[in-house]
Ligand binder design. Structure first.
Ligand SMILES: [Fe+2]
Ligand SMILES: [Fe+2]
Length: 198
């Protein structure tokens, strides 16, 4: 592992601001792809959905707790509702375009606020070392969430609801309109679905 170090003795780590900002740029490029109707819109929406949820969860769990970000959490919820609607909408329809437009407006506003207020304030209050620690924590939480959202069926733990993946359970939870679903883990989703049906 140490072979990747430059020899300066400093561990290779990316600060949280760089990581968050880079995700924002990826989200924007996915928006562009959808607006221009390039490629497979369903696949792009699925990618956008996973990335935005994982990004928001990692921010909420690992970055926001130390700062006053209540308003930001509200905006995440708003974006998630629109994201759910976009997943349900049929590409090429007026509804799809309208929902996409609303999502872009909401996320663009949120990203701008994060990059002009929240992140600069964080950069000012936390030292370089802390920003890298936060970066590591953010990255780990994000990876965990991305993995949970795309576990292939075969590798689901035994005993889980017919081997459904978290993404599948999440989709069912969307249809059943289970409140707080985006904050739930796989087990909780399965549990909530059982209750919703009984
Ligand atoms: Fe963000
Ligand atoms: Fe955010």
């Amino acid at each position: 592992m140490d072979a990747t170090h430059s020899g300066s003795g400093a561990p290779m780590a990316t600060d949280v601001i760089t990581l968050i900002t880079s995700d924002h740029r990826t989200v924007e490029s996915l928006f562009e792809r959808l607006k221009k109707e390039k490629g497979d819109p369903k696949a792009t929406v699925a990618e956008l959905h996973a990335l935005l949820i994982a990004h928001a969860r990692a921010e909420e769990d690992r970055v926001y707790p130390g700062i006053d970000a209540h308003h930001s959490v509200e905006e995440h919820k708003e974006a998630e509702v629109l994201l759910d609607a976009l997943v349900r909408a049929q590409p090429g329809t007026t509804e799809f375009r309208k929902t996409l437009k609303e999502l872009i407006t909401a996320v663009t506003h949120h990203v701008e606020e994060e990059e002009t207020k929240i992140l600069p304030a964080l950069a000012k209050s936390a030292g370089e070392k802390r920003l890298k620690e936060l970066g590591k924590a953010f990255k780990e939480r994000r990876a965990e969430e991305l993995k949970a959202l795309s576990v292939p069926k075969q590798t689901s733990p035994a005993g889980s609801r017919e081997g459904a993946t978290k993404a599948e359970l999440y989709e069912k939870a969307q249809k059943a309109d289970i409140p707080g679903r985006s904050q739930m883990g796989k087990k909780e989703l399965a549990e909530a679905l059982r209750h919703a049906k009984s």
